[in-house]
Design a protein around this ligand. Structure first.
Ligand SMILES: O=C(O)/C=C/C(=O)CC(=O)CC(=O)O
Ligand SMILES: [Ca+2]
Ligand SMILES: [Mg+2]
Length: 401
């Protein structure tokens, strides 16, 4: 499959990918586009010209209308965009709807309904258990039985590039709690999936129905204040330590773009309850990269996640909780077995005791004001070009005085 649009090698945005996002040009209303090479293809414009069905899905400031339309719309739309970008006879009509990505602004791609964060990397859960609960077993007894998660704050999910203001709060002191800016600002590199088609209250969504509900995947940085977290989290879980900002990447990679990335997930022992069984191999061979101030510090492997996305979805709805269009479910921090595969600074620096030495001569334990974190990811595709996830970036700003 070859497109007539020039796609630089390694761009990650070949015609096998076609991730959806929301963009605008200066002074114009945001609308839906897909990334192709170094361009954005304006789907609202194509629909206006009669080249794509239903303009209402695309002349919108979020993907939610299109996401709610379901697979019977997603699939023909994707096929049609592939045709328009590969059949040279469409070039003259389609080319005016291509905009250089450097000329447009990318926005939050979807309106977040509910936000869930799981805890599905065995390596991450083990590392955090050792740091936060020394002396006990690192994994609590429920961890191998169900995908542990918590409900986060949908309203503070922000698009890549949004400034991250250092949060203030309480942390443990010698005798009295201390109040002030967090001294342990951290990241968590994650992959999230986005719900397109809702489910009814009272109904569960089995693992086999994943593709009927899930529109695609994004990168997530679950910014975390570790000192606030350690003091507040028992017994109900993280509250203010993770609700000040959660960044997502601007491009939503369709489920169908990841066909070549499926791998068998790690063996699950003990065998999970029937509602968590999944016949398809839903491990995804996505490799994340974390850059701190331009230096690569880790490459977490998503393929090793213990609980898979369909298991997370089945678990989140087994009690009859309804899905809504725009629900975001994040995987939990992605960490691999090697030191250079850990997905958070608390793990990379062993809770601040082993500083990272960056190639520019600086050292870091947790984030300092002015630091910039960028997370990217790629997955194998059926063609030559890998599937790129774009990036999720954030720069840390000081707490207000
Ligand atoms: O083990 C704990 O108490 C806390 C764990 C986390 O902070 C991780 C969390 O947000 C879930 C995840 O990203 O894996
Ligand atoms: Ca997290
Ligand atoms: Mg730009």
């Amino acid at each position: 499959m070859r497109t007539w649009v020039p796609v630089p090698e390694g761009s990650g945005f070949g015609v096998n990918n076609l991730p959806y996002g929301v963009f605008s040009q200066r002074g114009e209303l945001p609308r839906v586009g897909v990334a192709i090479g170094e361009h954005v293809l304006d789907l609202a414009e194509l629909a206006g010209a009669g080249l794509l069905a239903d303009r209402r899905w695309f002349a919108a400031g979020s993907l939610n209308f299109f996401m709610a339309a379901g697979r019977s719309v997603w699939q023909p739309t994707r096929d049609r965009i592939i045709t328009l970008l590969t059949d040279i006879s469409y070039r003259d009509e389609v080319e005016p709807a291509l905009y250089p990505m450097s000329d447009v602004e990318l926005h939050m791609p979807f309106a977040v309904a509910d936000y869930v964060d799981f805890y599905s990397s065995r390596e991450h859960a083990t590392n955090l258990g050792r740091i936060l609960r020394p002396g006990g077993g690192p994994l609590l007894p429920n961890w191998t039985r169900l995908p542990v998660g918590y409900h986060g704050r949908a309203g503070s999910v922000v698009p890549s590039g949004t400034p991250i203001v250092r949060p203030r709060g309480q942390r443990k002191g010698e005798t009295e709690p201390v109040f002030g800016p967090t001294a342990k600002l951290d990241i968590e590199a994650e992959v999230g999936f986005v719900i397109g088609v809702p489910s009814a209250l009272g109904q569960s969504v089995p693992t086999s129905a994943f593709r009927d509900h899930v529109f695609g995947f994004v990168l997530v940085n679950d910014w975390s204040a570790r000192d606030i977290q350690a003091w507040e989290y028992q017994p109900l879980g993280p509250f203010l330590s993770k609700s000040f900002a959660t960044s997502v990447s601007p491009w939503v990679v369709p489920v169908d773009a990841l066909g070549a990335a499926h791998v068998r997930p790690p063996e699950q022992d003990p065998e999970p309850l029937p509602y968590l069984r999944c016949d398809e191999p839903w491990g995804l061979d996505v490799t994340l990269e974390i850059e701190l101030n331009g230096h690569m510090v880790s490459r977490p492997p998503f393929a090793g996640m213990y609980w898979t996305a369909p298991q997370q979805l089945a678990h989140a709805t087994v009690n009859g909780a309804a899905l809504r269009t725009g629900d975001l479910m994040a995987s939990g921090t992605v960490s691999g077995p090697r030191r250079d595969q850990r997905g958070s600074l608390i793990e990379l620096t062993r809770n601040g005791t082993e500083p990272l030495e960056l190639p520019d001569g600086t050292k870091r334990v947790f984030l300092e004001d002015g630091d910039t974190v960028r997370i990217t990811a790629t997955a194998p595709s059926s063609g030559v070009d890998p599937i790129g996830f774009g990036d999720v970036i954030g720069t840390v700003y000081p707490s207000p005085a």
